[in-house]
Design a protein around this ligand. Sequence first.
Ligand code: JCK
Length: 241
Amino acid sequence: MRIDIVTIFPTFFDVLDISLLGKARTNGLIELGVHDLRDYTHDRHRTVDDTPYGGGAGMVMKPEPWGEVLDTLLDSGSADRAEGSDPLVIFPSPAGEVFTQAMARSLADEEQLVFGCGRYEGIDQRVFDHVATRARVKLVSMGDYVLNGGEVAVMAMIEAIGRLVPGVVGNPASLVEESHENGLLEYPSYTKPAEWRGLEVPPILLSGNHGAIAKWRHEQQVERTRRVRPDLLADDGAVPL
Ligand code: JCK
């Protein structure tokens, strides 16, 4: 998978070199390009923002630098790209579709993802409208709270997507287990020692009875989900499997 990121804070993504994805990159499983939007300006102040038409607070990102960087990213490699594997362009936005694990799974199958990180009050609408005439475009939100820009959202999305790319996660068994997940919250986990600061590991986990352990873990999942995330259960409280 190839991932390109456009941002006015390119060093924000330096940490990707040392995270989970660092290894995937040395293995060539994930190729990453980080592009400074200001490199696509032509004025001496490298201006990327301007005041909003119609008035209002804050600044809006100008369309021209976005047009130039996206021209470069969408044209480069188009010659040797396989049919039907055109890049998908993702803009984090409070007005986007909410990012989910299902979305991460589907994005992990893409050949090339381009992430456009906005700042200020966002990007001139014509950038989305124009790129949509040349590529598939998605506006994606991290959730119903307000961030200062798209960078943190892109970092989270890349972590969620990257670990689903075949060969990236160290222990594929954990992914197999995840793919069999049932839409419930996870069960509580314990490791040694069996007693710590007066707190004991639930004895069933030491019993060696794998059937009973599986049943207990499922009950824990249901109980937790009902308490913390009842929205994940059907309206009648039925347990999805
Ligand atoms: C991209 C700029 C900052 C701040 C105005 C927002 C009513 C617009 C995001 N889950 C998420 N929350 N926020 C973002 C996000 C924020 C961004 C950009 C993503 C680019 N900003 C900003 C305030 C506003 N309002 C709600 C008015 C933008 C994601 N993903």
